[in-house]
Design a protein around this ligand. Structure first.
Ligand code: NAD
Ligand code: TYD
Length: 355
């Protein structure tokens, strides 16, 4: 079956993996990558697929209701996979407005455009799908008591980032309940892998270890995160987009909890080994710094529903995933230098103007 799908945020970390998977796996689909190219968007993440005939890039803000509506009409869009967001907790502490604007108002604008277009068609919502990608952070924080977030855990966000994502999740569900829009929401744990912007823990620390710069560990380094390889998240998105039940929520995660300080030690050992340094030589780069304000203690996802109902499971063990990831960053220093210098932003500034 032919489908015309907008993937928002496709030039970002997770979005680029989703775009790559869909463009390669479904040559009969048209994949439209709608991205504003903020600091986090980088078209170099998609160099390997940018010339494929079933791919189109459109530089656009999700808040641009008229632009999105026209694009949906022009491309006869029948599916939206929505990843575009401001995604970094530390930035949300400094600038919550941008997070409310993109994550809340942008999602609402996208919903309104989809509603306007799909309701104008004779078949209306039949065969359509609005799939919203969210985070486990909306559930709040767990104690060290072995409990897990399930799909029915009460929302309790603490950071401006998670509050804005929680709000967007509510709007998506409201569009199903009020207008009958065929929506799906998924909440995933922390992702790691190639093409992640080096403000997040894993790529930042790999780069710092390589260049022997201090590793700023927030608080005591005892906070726990649940890590999933990004390609496994993209695979889950594929399964859920095609086979997930309308109006359902699915948690995505690989039952892979790590204390920050333990993961940091694994990163140091792996980088040292791959660079031919004595393993553990760079442990003295660990530098404890003031804790993040409102730092959530522990995240841990129960993805039993997704595994049982749709048969998805992670393809990689963590040890294998982290080795691949470290290797990728070490082999792609040019990508890293481009991103850390901001050069990619200048390069793409005026290249794409589709309006
Ligand atoms: P990212 O910051 O790497 O990428 C975000 C992308 O969205 C960028 O390409 C950016 O240019 C684009 N964007 C931002 N504002 C936009 C706007 N107003 N209009 C159009 N495009 C805009 O983010 P990521 O880590 O890839 O996360 C993608 C999605 O997955 C987000 O919705 C995030 O909440 C969710 N998520 C992320 C993680 C994680 O560990 N990274 C885990 C679970 C869920
Ligand atoms: P991050 O990658 O920002 O993801 P999130 O906050 O969405 O979980 O951070 C992962 C964990 O690492 C989190 O507990 C905060 C911690 N952290 C540090 O200790 N130092 C850092 O420099 C960063 C970026 C994160």
């Amino acid at each position: 079956m032919k489908r015309n799908i907008i993937i928002t945020g496709g030039a970002g970390f997770i979005g680029s993996h989703v775009v790559r998977l869909f463009v390669n796996k479904y040559p009969e689909y048209k994949i439209i990558n709608l991205d504003k190219l903020t600091y986090a968007g980088n078209l170099a993440n998609l160099k390997d697929i940018e010339d494929k005939p079933n791919y189109r890039f459109v530089k656009m803000d999700i808040c641009d209701f008229e632009g999105v509506l026209k694009l949906m009409q022009d491309e006869k869009v029948d599916g939206i996979i929505h990843l575009a967001a401001e995604s970094h907790v530390d930035r949300s502490i400094k600038d919550p407005f941008t997070f409310a604007q993109t994550n809340v108002m942008g999602t609402l604008s996208l919903l309104q455009a989809a509603k306007a277009y799909w309701e104008s068609l004779p078949e209306k919502y039949e065969g359509k799908r609005f799939y919203h990608i969210s985070t486990d952070e909306v559930y709040g924080a767990l104690q060290f008591d072995g409990t897990l977030f399930t799909e029915t855990t009460k929302y309790n966000p603490h950071s401006p980032y998670s509050a804005s994502k929680a709000s967007s999740d509510h709007f998506v569900r409201a569009f199903h309940d009020t207008f009958g829009m065929p929506t799906i929401v998924t909440n995933c744990s922390n992702n790691y892998g190639p093409y992640q912007f080096p403000e997040k823990l894993i790529p930042l620390f790999i780069n710092n270890i390589r260049h022997r710069k201090p590793l700023p560990v927030y608080g005591k380094g005892e906070n726990v995160r649940d890590w999933l390889y990004v390609v496994d998240h993209a695979r889950a998105i594929d399964v859920i987009f095609h086979s997930g039940k309308i109006a359902e929520t699915y948690n995505i995660g690989g039952f892979n909890e790590w204390k920050n300080i333990d993961i940091i030690k694994v990163l140091i050992n792996t980088v040292d080994r791959l660079l031919g340094r004595p393993e553990g030589e760079d442990m003295d780069l660990i530098t404890y710094v003031t804790d993040r304000a409102g730092h959530d203690l522990r995240y841990a996802i129960d993805s039993t529903k997704l595994q049982r109902e749709l048969g998805w499971e992670p393809s990689l063990q963590f040890e294998e995933g982290i080795e691949k990831t470290v290797r990728w960053y070490l082999d792609n220093q040019e990508w890293m230098d481009n991103v850390t210098s901001g050069d990619y932003l200048k390069y793409y500034e005026d290249m794409y103007d589709n309006r």
